[in-house]
Design a protein around this ligand. Structure first.
Ligand code: FMN
Length: 460
């Protein structure tokens, strides 16, 4: 059977997420992100388009590495101003019944108990449509917002994340039995206390007694997404993630990275197909090739190098401070950042690249690994080819314009994919996990590490 491809809209509760400069376009509504109406309209549009989910990125600090301050990020609206991604979800859920919501939350700075409850609340309010993008955060400024002087070292962040997840699984999977809530009016028993337990977690970083404050939601553990690309990040994904954002520079490298992650999942006792793989899709489409290319030219004209530089400088090096022919590898070594510098942008620098080449790459969206500008047929051909060649399961669609990019995709690409049997023609399942793994799979697979706490096993 032909594989149907997943599509999420890549979003952020902010003006400029990754398409810097485009906010000035007259048809772009991004400046309305403070209004619920903005999110409600988007949710309705995506559900009409039968999208899998809206995928909300997040950062908890600002990009102030470029030119040693936040001025450029502020001027160019590079992920500031930005609001909390979790809080727009209930409004979007209230006008939809199938669309999923995946939101980013960091494991590094806030202890796990409150997030466990917020996530359960969202899974209840969305009726099992909530997913969590697990990040460990890469901005030095974020550390300074949470009582630290500098970033927690990269691998230490993953060690903290491991324990964080362990606490969450205990709360989500182990603290309450499915039949704990009895609502027995005659006997005045709302919850059967014998079916709810403390978790009494004591670890290196956290001490959490429990019990979990929320009763079990449809999915219990939200669908877990992750985008680690370091060795430590991949190992973490192979243990925990159900959706993985795979990196790469070419079709071949994507194919290899996808095969690797499936292999690693298997080595962790999980099924190869218990991990869905996603890539970023940069698509400019219109009724024909000529119009699409004209549109891409317009986006390029409005793109702001300063915005991309501020974005890249937030987590790493200030490219503006170096001559164009300086080698990135030398700069990383000189700044003692090698092995520590983990923003997705910095990972794009090829090892032998010069500052000039890195600048080119950062500011030209047409150098993205999956970039296609063309007619509906050309775009569908590229998508089909990628999925067939790499074993990819889906894409996060980048926005240049809101709502224009999603509208274009829905108008031009989806019908063509549907004709080829590559895109759903109606929603089936209702929870997000079932959307990814099929009807009946509301909960984690039994082989997933979170499942070991079911029924209170392994808690003490
Ligand atoms: N990091 C964040 O702090 N917030 C995000 O919203 C976020 N979204 C990401 C989305 C995608 C598609 C990718 C590829 C990465 C994203 N990241 C985000 C960064 C990753 O969480 C991760 O830190 C990065 O890919 C480097 O991998 P490493 O942590 O294993 O070194």
């Amino acid at each position: 059977m032909t594989k149907q491809i997943s599509f999420n809209l890549f979003e952020m509760n902010t003006v400029g997420h990754i398409s810097h400069g485009l906010w000035v376009h007259p048809s772009n509504t991004r400046h309305q992100f403070n209004d619920l109406d903005f999110w409600i309209a988007e949710a309705k549009l995506l559900e009409e388009g039968l999208f899998d989910s809206v995928f909300l990125a997040d950062v908890i600090g600002t990009y102030d590495g470029y030119r040693a301050g936040p001025e450029t990020a502020l001027r160019e609206a590079v992920q500031i101003p930005s609001n909390d991604p979790l809080l727009v979800i209930p409004a979007m859920a209230s006008v939809t019944s199938k669309l999923g919501f995946a939101a980013t939350f960091s494991t590094t700075y806030e202890p796990p108990f409150a997030f466990a409850r917020r996530a359960s609340t969202l899974d209840h309010l969305t009726k099992g449509r909530f997913g969590w993008n697990i990040v460990t955060s890469y901005l030095p400024n974020a550390a300074r917002n949470f009582s630290l002087d500098d970033e927690v070292a990269h691998d230490d962040r993953y060690a903290i994340a491991e324990e964080y997840l362990d606490v969450l699984y205990k709360l989500w999977e182990g603290s309450w039995d499915d039949d704990a809530v009895v609502r027995d009016r005659d006997n005045h028993v709302y919850t059967d206390p014998s079916k709810v337990r403390y978790i009494n977690h004591v670890g290196e970083h956290y001490k959490v007694a429990g019990p979990h404050l929320s009763e079990p939601s449809l999915q219990r553990t939200p669908v877990l997404f992750q985008a680690g690309s370091s060795a430590r990040g991949k190992a973490f994904a192979a243990r925990h993630a159900e959706g993985v954002f795979v990196g790469g520079t070419t079709l071949e490298s994507y194919a290899k990275n996808i095969a690797d992650i499936r292999q690693l999942a298997e080595e962790n006792g999980r099924g190869r197909d218990h991990v869905k793989t996603f890539a970023s899709a940069v698509i400019v489409v219109d009724k024909d090739r000529e119009s699409a290319l004209a549109k891409a030219e317009e986006y390029k004209r409005l793109s702001r190098a300063e915005g991309y530089l501020a974005h890249a400088g937030g987590g790493g090096i200030d490219l503006a401070a170096y001559p164009k022919d300086a080698l990135i590898a030398d700069i990383l070594a000189a700044e003692n950042r090698a092995g520590r510098d983990n923003s997705p942008e910095n990972r794009r620098y090829a090892p032998g690249a010069t500052v000039g080449e890195a600048l080119e790459r950062l500011t030209n969206f047409d150098q993205s690994a999956f970039y296609v500008a063309g007619s509906p047929t050309e775009v569908a051909d590229a998508i089909e080819n990628w999925v067939a060649t790499t074993d990819l399961d889906g894409f996060n669609l980048r926005q240049f314009l809101t709502p224009g990019s999603a509208e274009d995709f829905i108008e031009y690409v989806i019908p063509e994919l549907q004709r080829r049997g590559l895109y759903r023609t109606a929603y089936g399942e209702s929870t997000l996990r079932e959307r990814l793994f099929g009807a009946g799979q509301q909960r984690l697979f039994d082989e997933h590490p979170g499942a070991r706490y079911r029924g209170g096993a392994h808690l003490n």
